[in-house]
Design a protein around this ligand. Structure first.
Ligand code: FEO
Length: 400
């Protein structure tokens, strides 16, 4: 049975929620599900903006058929070839054999890679600056390379001021009947999952996001329709401000994230004592056990906080695996401009501090703060002074 909603009288949301997926892209936990958005424009020509993941294909096709109301489907605009949006393109063509595809050259190449059928006769290639009229609506095409794949293209409907923004401005979490951000208490309920989505999916490509934001700033945008999450029709500026921070690797908060990897609790103990000392100095602390909390949550908080403390035990002549994985993940996401402190532990031949530093070495504008602290099996009473000194250095820097 169909499940659609009107965005505007002639624009219908025909996407679907998936609440059974445990890990988006096989790695990002999505306990609140995820939405795959697709939009159908009912103009003189009918135009579908993207398809959906295979997991929700049945609802999607019922939605499209219902929203078309017996009309044919004239055009499909493809903005992004990642299969959570493009998996069902092949099925769509079988169901609507007259549909034409509007896309750019890179998308055409990827279509050929994903779908071994000759689609050339039905493709209208567009490039940045081209326009297409579907009747009342005029569509303008904007390349958004590496946000977060190279072929990505946004579409701006200059008739009604609608930006179809591909993955940008998306989030994790099912829509649950609401399709507009203003139907939620967005900044209380959904900002954390929007940050986790941005930082993990797009975070590596900050400069490319900034480039697209500059292009978008020239447009009269009244609606933003992303491929995941809520549609924006008011108060978009506050969300845009977050994107400006995240994409420039500017911390959202003057705060400390402590991430620790502790096998028997001794490293955790030192991290806990540091957290207490920071709290006593009025510093806000966010804390994660890398063996328990998924890396995507910690990466997200690393983008959020100004100061990062990593505490880890030595393991296999390196650093404990959950910390190693986290730091590689942070490095892969190109995090920059943070103050960092390290606590290492080792009962013999301690190496975790050196390895942590090596993994982070390629990141830009990382400044180490305070003296690194080296534990021998457990925090010694005499080392409390070192934790005090580190807490003082961080608190002073935050106040400054
Ligand atoms: Fe939601 Fe990059 O796909």
């Amino acid at each position: 049975m169909h499940c659609t909603r009107k965005v505007l009288d002639d624009l219908i949301w025909v996407g679907a929620d998936d609440r059974r997926l445990s890990c988006f892209e096989g790695v990002y936990s999505v306990p609140e599900g995820v939405s795959y958005n697709s939009f159908l424009l009912l103009d003189e020509k009918t135009v579908l903006f993207d398809t959906v993941d295979k997991a929700v294909y049945q609802t999607f096709f019922e939605n499209v058929a219902f929203a078309l109301g017996g009309r044919g489907l004239d055009y499909l605009v493809i903005s992004h070839m990642e299969p959570d949006h493009a998996y069902t393109v092949g099925d769509l063509i079988l169901r609507y054999p007259d549909v034409k595809i509007i896309c750019n050259a890179k998308i055409q190449t990827m279509l050929g890679q994903f779908f071994p059928m000759d689609l050339s006769a039905r493709i209208t290639l567009v490039k940045e600056g081209d326009t297409f009229s579907s009747g009342r609506h005029v569509l303008n095409f904007i390349n958004a390379p590496m946000v977060h794949w190279p072929e990505v293209m946004m579409t701006y409907d200059s008739t009604d001021g609608i930006l179809f923004s591909a993955d940008a401005f998306g989030l994790f979490g099912a829509l649950n009947g609401r399709i507009f951000a203003d139907e939620t208490d967005f900044f209380t309920e959904h900002l954390d999952e929007a940050r986790r989505y941005y930082t993990n999916i797009v975070g590596k490509y900050g400069p490319q996001v900034q480039n697209v934001l500059k292009k978008a700033a020239k447009l009269d945008i009244r609606y933003v329709c992303p491929l995941h999450g809520f549609i924006w029709r008011r108060d978009f500026g506050a969300f845009l401000e977050k994107y400006l921070l995240w994409s420039s690797y500017t911390p959202e908060e003057k705060s400390v994230m402590i991430a620790y990897a502790s096998v028997y609790g001794h490293t955790e103990n030192a991290a806990n004592i540091l957290a207490v000392k920071l709290a006593e100095r009025g510093v806000r602390v966010r804390m994660h056990d890398t063996s328990v909390i998924p890396a995507s949550n910690i990466v997200s908080d690393a983008f959020r906080c100004s100061h990062l403390v990593f505490a880890a035990t030595t393991y296999n002549a390196g650093v404990f695996v959950t910390m190693e994985n986290l730091l590689h993940d942070i490095a892969a996401h190109n995090l920059q401009s943070r103050k960092v402190a390290l606590i290492e532990n080792g009962s013999w031949a301690s190496t975790s501090g050196k390895v942590m530093r090596e993994i982070l070495a390629g990141l830009k504008n990382i400044d180490y703060i305070g003296e690194s602290i080296a534990l021998k099996s457990a925090l010694a009473e005499s080392q409390l002074e070192q934790l005090d000194a580190l807490a003082d250095a961080i608190a002073q820097d935050i106040r400054a």
